[in-house]
Design a protein around this ligand. Sequence first.
Ligand code: SAH
Length: 254
Amino acid sequence: MPATPAYPPHSAPRLYLDRELSEGAEIRLEGSHAHYLIKVMRIKQGDPVKLFDDRTGEYLARVSALGKRDLMLAIDGKTREREAVPDLWLCTAPIKKDRFNWIAEKATELGVAKIIPVQTERTQGSAIKPDKLRAHMIEAAEQCERTALPALDPLMKLTDLLEQWPANRHLFFADERIHATGEGSFRKALVAHDGPAAILIGPEGGFSDAENEMIRALPQAVAVSLGPRILRADTAALAAISLWMAGRGDWNPD
Ligand code: SAH
């Protein structure tokens, strides 16, 4: 008798569905989801599919009926509750489109709760395409097995962001000028500041002097250094999120 396979097998396709899921539900898929499963994944009757809804959690379903352009999935049971997402926001100036898509994808994999595109004086990035950006985030969430999607806010002016800044949220401000002063140790900043957090990254051209002052004037702002080298904005975002996740997020077992 072959050993019972550990279900769901890691190869099971995993899809985000923008509707509330429940055990025992029957789901009909058509359009791009059906195309992906039928044509790309060549799914067969009875094959497993993992589903999550960013509301209740993740489920294991099976193909209960297969058409040319649509299929039915029967949900067997819930595999995981919707996760508690680490309370970190990424506030970042939109840089060139493909790189911004890349940041959104990496920030999703790394576990952020929200992305806020910030319009600054030197922002060069083209207008944000929220649907495209969200599609990248959904694909990243499906791949990295998140059960919750990060929120994506509309593009916001830096002045508005700072005016409306929540009183209880630390704003770790990545300042490339601070390293030489010996201040800005991210490690010390993480030890000193627990609780809801955000990371602010500037555009390719950096923040202007006026912006730098405006950010520092915010009581919740904590200027941090990401080392002696000038990082590209996308590298800086990735590095800062990783440092916070290891120090205050959900990367450590303790
Ligand atoms: N004005 C810079 C380039 C900005 S890099 C220049 O001299 O060319 C884009 C953004 O990445 C910066 O605004 C900052 O938020 C972040 N960043 C890059 N390198 C950094 C570092 N060593 N420390 C802290 N933040 C950094």
